[in-house]
Ligand binder design. Structure first.
Ligand code: KG4
Length: 346
């Protein structure tokens, strides 16, 4: 792979539209030149992503976002070598906008297309290079905890395209559980950053919520969410201002339980597979307590940890571009008849 990375004349436009972020990036080789993302505030009032509104917003955003990505990179579309795009998993209406745009632009420019799995993109975000910045990348194989709004998985990464799911959630994702906890407390969407902020001033030992007992390396978060709901219902019945008075401790205790559950299975997987190179990815990897737990486990168990830069943790097109680049080098292109897909395994 080191040899391949020296090729700097390949320009790839990457497009990501799997959920509620419209993102476009330009890569020169494995280096990101631009990474432009338009979020969608329209969902805040509904407490979650509304698929139809997401695809309409993608329709509005896709042209200006791609235009800005090309301008910020200082190149024209005629200089592009290929277009990489998220083919799935995600919301069908959202994916269709990015997939159709990628197909149309690739056809009009007469350049190849590279399809990318969104989840592989999250994991490969660790390999994105930035101009003028030194970066250490994980050696294969490594374990990656992939935690986002839609997924919670422990993945054994053997190469950029050979990935095995070691464990995964059997119900809710970690981010989904945190978002629901925020919603139960009456906060906005997405709740993750709100819970994170509140938790910094709270005591994580104030409340005990029941932890799941799932065999192997799989996760479950729906019981924890219900435990939080029932605890809160009882307390609010006695004092209607309970949440307002105790929001920091509630957030800290819930967050600490989610982090403990995530780290417990990750530790067990690391021990069983004898792998101490441990990466973190997905939107929840922005969480302060989870990052602190990684640092703590690194010290305690000699883990070599890899935590992505904030801008590459949430949905963004640079992570699609890095996978696109490696696939491009292998001539792994996709044809026009490939449809978007909503669910997949790695
Ligand atoms: O990877 P991502 O941007 O989108 C998906 O593909 O799902 O992840 C979004 C998730 C949301 O659940 C959001 O609340 C959570 O990541 N999140 C956080 C934090 N920032 C984002 N969760 C906890 N703490 C944070 N600081």
């Amino acid at each position: 792979m080191a040899e391949m990375n020296e090729n700097k004349d390949i320009y790839i436009l990457a497009i990501e539209s799997s959920c509620d972020d419209t993102s476009a990036a330009v890569m020169r080789g494995d280096t990101v030149l631009s990474n432009v993302t338009a979020g969608q505030a329209v969902h805040e009032q509904y407490g979650g992503v509304v698929p139809e509104l997401a695809s309409r917003a993608h329709e509005l955003n896709i042209v200006p976002v791609v235009d800005a990505a090309l301008k910020n990179a200082g190149i024209t579309k005629e200089q592009l070598s290929a277009i990489a795009f998220t083919r799935g998993p995600g919301l069908m209406g959202s994916l269709l906008v990015g997939v159709s745009f990628a197909k149309g632009l690739a056809a009009s420019l007469g350049i190849p297309m590279v399809e990318v799995n969104h989840l592989q993109g999250h994991i490969m975000a660790h390999f994105i290079k930035e101009e003028g910045a030194e970066k250490s990348v994980p050696e294969f194989p490594f374990l990656c905890l992939m935690v986002s709004g839609g997924n919670s998985q422990i993945v054994k990464v053997n190469s950029y395209k050979d990935m095995e799911i070691v464990g995964q959630t059997i119900d809710d994702a970690a981010g989904e559980a945190i978002d629901k906890c925020a919603k139960i407390m009456g906060f906005g969407y997405p709740g993750g950053p709100i819970i994170d902020r509140l938790a910094r001033n709270g005591d994580p030992k104030t409340y005990t919520f029941s932890k799941p007992h799932i065999p192997g390396f799989d996760y479950s978060f729906s019981g924890l969410k219900t435990s939080f709901l029932y605890t809160l219902r009882k307390l609010v019945a006695e004092d209607e201002n309970y949440v307002e008075k105790n929001k920091e401790n509630l957030a800290a205790s819930f967050e600490a339980t989610v982090v403990a559950v995530l780290m417990d299975k990750l530790y067990k997987a690391s021990k069983a597979l004898k792998i101490k190179r441990i990466a973190l990815s997905g939107g929840v990897s922005a969480n302060t307590a989870l990052r602190a737990a990684y640092a703590d486990f690194a010290k305690r168990y000699g883990w070599e940890i890899f935590i992505p830069k904030f801008g590459f943790t949430t949905d963004n097109a640079a992570m699609i571009g890095i996978v696109g680049y490696y696939k491009f080098l292998e001539g792994d292109f996709c044809s026009m008849d490939k449809p978007a897909f909503t669910r997949t395994v790695l």
